[in-house]
Design a binder for this molecule. Structure first.
Ligand SMILES: [Zn+2]
Length: 524
C-alpha cells in the first residue's frame, strides 16, 4: 500500500466514465484499473455498487481478477436515506458488501441542495452523514466523504458547510474531499475556502472539474492551501469539460513540487499508460496533452532548432524521459539546417554539411509543392536515405498500375487493381480487390510482394487522411494523402501529393511498403 500521508485518488471508473461518448464494459474497467495501478495511484474508485449493476459486478470480479500492487479499491455511494437507519438501508448494504476496503460517501454540503434536492432538514442531513460514516467504520471499512457542491455551499452558508465537514470527521471519516461539482471555481477563491476548511481538525481532499479550464490549477492551489488528498481522472476524462487530469496533477506535484507520490519508474511509464488507457476507452488521445501528449515535446521552427542542438533543455520544461515521452523535431518548411541535422541524428544518421544542405533544399522544394514531413517521418527518412546514398534505392520498381471501379447491377461498388512490378529479377503481375481503389491497390501490391517478402503479411494500413490543398499562383488544387501503417511493434506515416487522389495515395502506399521492408531489416 502506498504512503498514507498524501493520497492520489483516481475516479476515472466512476466520475470519468460520465464523459459523453464513453461507455465502459466491466472488462474495460478491470483493464483500466490495472493500468492505473501500474502508474502507482493509491486509490481507484470503481463505481457505485448497488445503484448500478455493472458496478456491482465490477467489485465482484475485482476480488478475484484484480491483483493490485499499489492501489486500494474504493466503492462510491450516498449517505443513507432520510428517516431510516444506515444499517437498514439496502444501498449502504451494497457498499458494505462490495469487498472494497474504502467507501467514499457523497453527501450534500450546500444548504439549498439539502432542502431542494434531498428534501430534508439540515439537521437530518448531518444525522445521515454521522450515522452512515460510523456504521461503515464499525463494520470495518475506511470511509472518505465527498462533500458535493462544497464551494457553492460555502458561499451560501459557510457555517453549515463547515458543520458537514466536522460531522463526517467526528463520525470517523478519514478524508473530507471538497468537490467543485459544477467546476466554476478559480484558483484564488478556491484556495481561500480550502484554507478555511483545513483550519478544522479534518483531513481535507480536493475534487475539481474543468469547467473554467482550471481543474489542475485549482487542485494545485488546494494542495498549497492544505489538502493532502487529490482526486482526478486519467487523461482528464469526465462530463462537460472533464475532471482534473490526474496525470498532469501527479507530474506537476512530483516533478515541480518535490512530492514523492508514485515510483519514478511508474512516472517514466506515464506516457505509455496514458495511451494504453485511450486504447481501452476508444477516445482519440489528445496530442497536446501536457507531459504525455504526442506533441508535448515536439519542436518546430528553425530558429530554435540550432539552439536545441546545443542544449535541448533550453527549450523544454523537463526532461521528457521522466514521464516516458520523447523530444521530437518536426521537419517543416520553417526548419533550417539545424533541425534537419537533429532529425537525422534522431533517426541515427550523422549528416555531412553537403548532405544536410542538399536535404534541406529537397525538403523545401517538396514542401512548396504540398508535401509535409512533419506528419510523415517515414517519408522523411526515405528522402534522407536517398540523399545519403545519392540514388533512389527501392526493393521493387513499378512498371505500371491500374484501378477499375465498378458499380454492379445490385448497386455495389467493387474496386479492382492490377500492379506490374519488378523485384529480385522477377516481373510480377498481381491483382487485388477491395472496397475502394486504395484498398484494392494496397492488396495488389502486397499480393505481388508477399512471396518474396513474407514479413509484409504483418504490415497493415491503419489510417488514411486526405486533404485538398488550394491551388496557388494559378495552379489547380492538389491532393495530399497521409497514410499510417503498422506492424506488430510500431506505426509509421508516409505522404503522397498529386493532382489525382489515386496517384497521391499510391505514392504514400509505395513508401509505406518500402519503409516496412526497411524496418524488417530488408536492405534495398
Ligand atoms: Zn465530480
Amino acid at each position: 500500500m502506498a504512503d498514507d500521508r498524501f493520497h492520489v485518488y483516481d475516479t476515472t471508473l466512476r466520475d470519468g466514465a460520465q464523459q459523453e461518448g464513453l461507455n465502459l464494459t466491466v472488462a474495460d474497467k478491470l483493464a483500466i484499473a490495472r493500468h492505473l495501478d501500474g502508474i502507482g495511484v493509491g486509490f481507484i474508485e470503481g463505481g457505485w455498487p448497488g445503484a448500478n449493476p455493472k458496478d456491482t459486478e465490477f467489485f465482484r470480479r475485482a476480488q478475484t481478477e484484480l491483483d493490485l500492487k499499489h492501489a486500494q479499491l474504493a466503492a462510491f455511494g450516498a449517505t443513507r436515506r432520510a428517516g431510516v437507519k444506515a444499517a437498514d438501508d439496502p444501498l449502504v448494504a451494497a457498499l458494505r458488501e462490495s469487498g472494497a476496503p474504502v467507501v467514499t460517501l457523497v453527501a450534500k454540503s450546500h444548504d439549498r441542495h439539502v432542502e431542494l434536492a434531498l428534501r430534508t432538514t439540515l439537521q437530518e442531513n448531518l444525522a445521515m452523514i454521522r450515522d452512515t460514516v460510523s456504521h461503515l467504520r464499525a463494520e470495518g471499512q475506511r470511509v472518505f466523504l465527498d462533500a458535493e457542491h462544497f464551494f457553492d455551499g460555502y458561499k451560501s452558508n459557510p457555517a453549515y458547510a463547515l458543520e458537514v465537514i466536522l460531522a463526517a470527521a467526528e463520525a470517523g471519516a478519514d478524508v473530507i474531499a471538497l468537490c467543485d461539482t459544477n467546476g466554476g471555481m478559480l484558483p484564488d477563491e478556491l484556495a481561500d475556502v480550502v484554507h478555511a476548511a483545513a483550519g478544522t481538525s479534518a483531513r481535507i481532499g480536493i475534487h475539481c472539474h474543468d469547467d473554467t479550464g482550471c481543474a489542475v490549477a485549482n487542485t494545485l492551489a488546494a494542495v498549497k492551501a492544505g489538502a493532502t488528498h487529490v482526486q482526478g481522472c486519467a487523461n482528464g476524462y469526465g462530463e462537460r469539460s472533464g475532471n482534473a487530469n490526474l496525470f498532469t496533477v501527479v507530474a506537476n506535484l512530483q516533478l515541480k513540487r518535490g512530492f514523492d507520490l508514485v515510483p519514478p519508474s511508474a512516472l517514466a511509464d506515464m506516457t505509455r499508460i496514458a495511451h494504453a488507457i485511450t486504447e481501452v476507452t476508444n477516445v482519440t488521445p489528445n496530442s497536446h496533452a501536457p507531459y504525455v501528449g504526442m506533441s508535448a515535446f515536439a519542436h518546430k521552427a528553425g530558429l530554435h532548432a540550432s539552439a536545441i542542438k546545443v542544449d535541448p533543455n533550453l527549450y523544454q520544461h523537463i526532461d521528457p524521459a521522466l514521464v516516458g515521452n520523447d523530444m521530437r523535431m518536426l521537419v517543416s518548411d520553417m526548419a533550417g539546417r539545424a533541425s534537419v541535422e537533429l532529425k537525422g541524428r534522431e533517426l541515427g544518421y550523422e549528416l555531412t554539411p553537403e548532405t544536410t544542405k542538399e536535404l534541406v533544399d529537397r525538403v523545401k522544394d517538396l514542401e512548396s509543392r504540398g508535401y509535409t514531413f512533419e506528419a510523415a517521418d517515414a517519408s522523411f527518412e526515405l528522402l534522407l536515405r536517398d540523399t545519403v546514398h545519392g540514388e533512389r534505392r527501392r526493393h521493387f520498381e513499378v512498371e505500371s498500375w491500374r484501378v477499375i471501379v465498378e458499380r454492379t447491377k445490385g448497386g455495389e461498388l467493387v474496386s479492382e487493381a492490377t500492379v506490374k512490378l519488378h523485384a529480385k529479377g522477377e516481373r510480377i503481375v498481381a491483382t487485388g480487390e477491395g472496397n475502394g481503389p486504395v484498398n484494392a491497390l494496397d492488396r495488389a501490391v502486397r499480393l505481388a510482394l508477399e512471396k518474396l517478402y513474407p514479413e509484409l503479411a504483418k504490415v497493415e494500413l491503419v489510417d488514411f487522411k486526405v486533404r485538398i490543398l488550394e491551388g496557388t499562383h494559378g495552379t489547380d488544387a492538389i491532393t495530399r494523402v497521409l497514410v499510417t501503417s503498422s506492424d506488430e511493434t510500431s506505426e509509421w506515416d508516409t505522404v503522397g501529393v498529386a493532382e489525382n487522389i489515386i496517384e497521391a495515395s499510391w505514392q504514400a502506399l509505395e513508401q509505406a511498403v518500402t519503409y516496412g521492408l526497411l524496418k524488417a531489416g530488408r536492405d534495398a
